[in-house]
Design a protein around this ligand. Structure first.
Ligand code: G6P
Length: 612
């Protein structure tokens, strides 16, 4: 939540910062602001609303500074307003700060600073930070090259919570200080210029060489140099990593919205994710993992832990792991898992799935599992993200940058990778070779089948045009189709704001059926051959009560009448949501478009939830 960007170099900072903010807007879009060091002072311009509103704000075109920081906000403390926008300045107006995270002890620190006669303009937790920096700056009687860095470090020492912070000061016109703890921050290295960002794609068009800060590490940037320090300001050596992503992958590429582009990228994303680990003919290779047969045989349980869409991918994987590997698997929401004292020991394997690799609850759940003696595997889409640096092992999805807040290609890639992981475990364990070989064959065919499935787009769009004004839409499914329904329903509510629930079809009669009345739309996913009859009976029950029905199926449902049926290719039941979700992604997309909403940036949401 919240995006931060920074620049220090010889070019005008403002256009670079604005460009970065546009790319980070998916992280929050309640307000935006920019501060640069001008000839005689820091100039701070901020506004409620989006980056496009900031761009139109008076005076922004006059910013000439070549050092600057900028922020796009997802409000936590203090409502979205100009005054609560970042950057925040200290009372003396010599220090400017942008911050992503939450300062938990801000009330105590505010009271402390008020006693020292500091005053505050905003309701934010962030405004204490520049003032704490100023406080520590004036307390420090030493005058050397590290005075600015020391002031930031001493201020951070007083903070509790999470933060990625950039600081500039007009006392130090050729320096920028950054620090992170539990919030993401990357540094892009250029030639006589350096960049800061919350994520890599936002600055990928300027550089491919990145430094990753770990928690409690500081960096002091000048135009030519980047120095790294630990929490005690002991100097650290770091090597840059080279990112091979194509910057164009983070552009819309002719599509109206990122979400639509990302839906259509799924054949490629799945192909690359599968081929990275599953070469044809030979056994599954996962060089990143080194699990022995003895270790896997000794496992008592696998936990799959994640949030949001990633958790829905885990629900799909549970079945595969239990049936093919014969290891009990449990899925949990990270925010619950971390506080419920789960039974974990060295015979537990914990898998954490996170597209961004920055979700605060998922990272905390991973740390908890490690502390209880479990081995931990991270599945992420972002190279070098925080979760990958905490986990014992990491495997990557190859979805490429996902920009739209509503996740699409990351979800299907996560299921594909979890299927590959299942195969990897089963091959080591020498269990269920026939199922393993069938699943492998199906995985290879998936990219082509996704391409076929995408052909349903026009029919889905027509149905969306009929129902987009509805207040409630329900989803039904059994088994793996229930997992797909949960994800379809989440997509719909995220971007269309239509109230939606997904139910296990068998639960219908235990309450939800009371909500079905004339004209209500019910979406049902039916792909599991053994459950077709039962699912059809449940649909009949809602039709009898007046529901309109929208069916996604790979079965022959001849003899039954529904309002719309989308036929998708057959595949293994273990991975069928990779296909059945596609019409549901498109359904949510076209409803949102019909309603004239911002598909890529739905209200109140952020792509990366770095606060609890
Ligand atoms: C947010 C996003 C979702 C995402 C979830 C988990 O809620 O809007 O799209 O599924 O976070 O994110 P992660 O990066 O951990 O997969």
């Amino acid at each position: 939540m919240c995006g931060i960007v920074g620049y220090i170099g010889n070019k005008k900072a403002e256009p670079i910062l604005i460009n970065g903010l546009y790319k980070l807007e998916y992280r929050g879009y309640d307000s935006a602001g920019i501060a640069t060091i001008e000839k005689d002072a820091i100039k701070n311009i901020k506004n409620k609303g989006r980056v496009s509103d900031l761009e139109k704000t008076d005076g922004i075109e006059n910013l000439e500074g070549t050092i600057g920081i900028a922020h796009t906000r997802w409000a936590t403390h203090g409502k979205p307003s100009s005054i609560n926008s970042h950057p925040h300045l200290d009372n003396s107006k010599h220090f400017a700060v942008v911050h992503n995270g939450i300062i938990e002890n801000y009330a105590d620190l505010k009271a402390f600073l008020e006693k020292q006669n500091y005053t505050f303009l905003s309701d934010t937790d962030t405004e204490i930070i520049p003032n704490l920096i100023h406080y520590n700056f004036v307390q420090d009687k030493k005058d050397d090259n590290f005075k600015f860095l020391r002031a930031v470090k001493n201020a951070c020492y007083m903070l509790k919570g999470s933060y990625a912070i950039e600081v500039i000061s007009d006392y130090f016109k050729d320096e920028m200080i950054v620090v992170r703890k539990d919030s993401p921050l990357v540094i892009g290295k250029g030639i006589n210029e350096n960049y800061i960002s919350s994520d890599i794609p936002a600055i990928l068009s300027y550089t491919k060489d990145f430094y990753l800060l770990n928690d409690n590490e500081f960096a002091k940037l000048t135009r030519e140099n980047i120095e790294f320090f630990d929490e005690n300001l002991v100097k650290l050596e770091k090597a840059p990593i080279n990112i091979s992503w194509n910057p164009l992958a983070a552009e819309k590429d002719g599509y109206e919205d990122f979400m639509l582009k990302e839906i259509y990228e799924q054949p490629r994303a799945i192909r690359e994710t599968i081929w990275a680990h599953l070469p044809e003919i030979s056994k599954c290779q996962m060089d990143e993992l080194n699990f022995s047969k003895e270790y896997l045989e000794g496992l008592e349980k696998i936990y799959l832990v994640a949030c949001g869409t990633a958790m829905h991918a885990c629900l799909v994987a549970k079945n595969m792991l239990e049936n093919i590997c014969e290891i009990p698997a449990e899925v949990d929401v990270a925010s619950e898992f971390r506080y419920r004292n789960p039974l974990i020991n060295s015979k537990t394997l914990c898998i954490f799935v996170s597209q961004s690799g920055e979700t605060a609850d998922t990272i905390a759940a991973l740390k908890l599992s490690k502390s209880k003696g479990a081995k931990t595997v991270a599945i992420s889409n972002v190279s070098g993200s925080s979760i990958t640096r905490e986990a014992d092992y990491t495997i990557y999805t190859h979805a490429g940058p996902e920009i739209a807040v509503a996740s699409t290609k990351a979800y299907t890639s996560q299921i594909a990778l979890l299927a590959v992981l299942t195969i990897y475990f089963a091959e080591i364990l020498e269990r269920n070779p026939v199922q393993v070989s069938n699943l492998k064959e199906e995985l290879y065919c998936l990219p082509e089948k996704i391409t076929d499935t995408l052909k349903c787009s026009n029919r889905v769009k027509s149905f969306a045009q009929k129902v987009y004004k509805e207040k409630d839409i329900f989803f039904l499914g059994r088994g793996v189709d229930y997992a797909a329904s949960l994800e379809g329903s989440l997509k719909l509510k995220e971007i269309s704001y239509i109230h939606s629930e997904a139910y296990a079809s068998g639960e219908l009669k235990h309450g939800p059926i009371a909500l079905i009345e004339d004209g209500v739309t019910v979406v049902s996913v039916i792909t599991t051959p053994s459950l077709v009859g039962k699912s059809i009976s449940n649909i009949q029950e809602v039709i009898t009560r007046g529901a309109k029905t929208f069916i996604i199926t790979n079965q022959d449902l001849e003899g039954h009448t529904f309002d719309e049926v989308i036929s998708i290719p057959k595949t293994s039941s273990y991975v069928s949501p990779i296909l059945s979700i596609i019409p549901l992604q498109l359904f949510a997309y076209y409803i949102s478009k019909e309603k004239g909403l911002d598909v890529d940036k739905p209200r109140n949401l952020a792509k990366s939830v770095t606060v609890e």
